[in-house]
Design a protein around this ligand. Structure first.
Ligand code: SF4
Length: 272
């Protein structure tokens, strides 16, 4: 089957391809399939035994690696094994346990408030709908989507973290910068059955290949279908003088992502 013109990745990356590229259902399908082929075993890297542990770990993962969170949570869950114990936690004791995850004062405050919400409104249990989850302190759509998607297999939305934001733009799946807008674009384009895994796979791909600073496009399994929006590229024929525009040299995706990420509440932006 021949490729439609709007599906054809431009040989030029960066601003030139950003102007020319138009996402399509076929392109989205190809991206989803390529990610599935490249990362068939993607899973949430946070260690958890139940929904309480998952929501706590996800809140802690904001601006922190999953590896670090997994180092902290065994002691945390030994000390505060359920919502009731966390709700009545001594803030100083909780802060000392989670200190290495960063932003520990805000996270401790959110965790205690979140646990109180569970105790007061949900009998100490984590609710299983997105409206109730997002009413809890420190819980935005992303954390709620993690709890529902990873913890329960409920496809309520698509988790949009810093990796998903960056990759969605580079791959031409969205032109938006904000997490809510990006999720809106993705849920329209990606089949619902892929909502949970496409996010986990993009996160794996962002960590392994399509890194923020220097994407390794030359060894990327998606290279042939990726328009590389906002990615700096070496000219195909460097020996020939090329007329460039000012915007072509600007790291637009990176700066846009940074702005988008900074707009999100610190303790509400887990990186999974
Ligand atoms: S590494 Fe390059 S080719 Fe691969 S998804 Fe990222 S920008 Fe596209």
């Amino acid at each position: 089957m021949s490729r439609q013109p709007h599906d054809t990745p431009s040989p030029l990356a960066g601003a030139a391809s950003k102007r020319a590229f138009r996402p399509s259902a076929r392109h989205t399908r190809e991206v989803v399939e390529a990610l599935a082929k490249a990362y068939p075993d993607s899973r949430c890297a946070l260690d958890f035994a139940d929904l309480y542990q998952l929501i706590v770990a996800t809140i802690l993962s904001a601006q922190c690696t999953d590896k670090r969170v997994n180092m902290v949570t065994p002691r945390l869950f030994d000390t505060f094994p359920d919502a009731a114990s966390l709700a009545s936690a001594d803030p100083a004791e909780l802060e000392a346990i989670i200190r290495s995850t960063g932003f520990y004062k805000a996270k401790a405050k959110n965790l205690i408030a979140m646990a109180r919400g569970l105790v007061e409104n949900h009998d100490g249990q984590v609710p299983e709908d997105i409206e109730s989850l997002t009413k809890l302190a420190g819980v935005g759509r992303k954390t709620a989507n993690v709890v529902l998607g990873v913890g329960l297999g409920i496809t309520s939305g698509i988790v949009v973290d810093t990796h998903v934001t960056r990759l969605s733009r580079r791959l031409g799946l969205t032109k938006r910068n904000d997490a809510v807008g990006i999720e809106r674009d993705l849920v329209k384009a990606v089949p619902k059955s892929d909502w949970v895994l496409v996010s986990l796979r993009m996160i794996d791909h962002g960590r392994a290949i399509c890194k923020a600073g220097r994407p390794a496009c030359q060894k990327c399994p998606l290279e042939s279908i990726c328009p590389k929006i906002g990615v700096e590229a070496k000219p195909a024929k460097p020996s020939k003088p090329r007329k460039t525009t000012g915007s072509a040299t600007k790291p637009s995706a990176k700066s846009a992502n940074t702005k988008a990420e900074s707009r999100q509440k610190t303790a509400r932006t887990p990186s999974l």
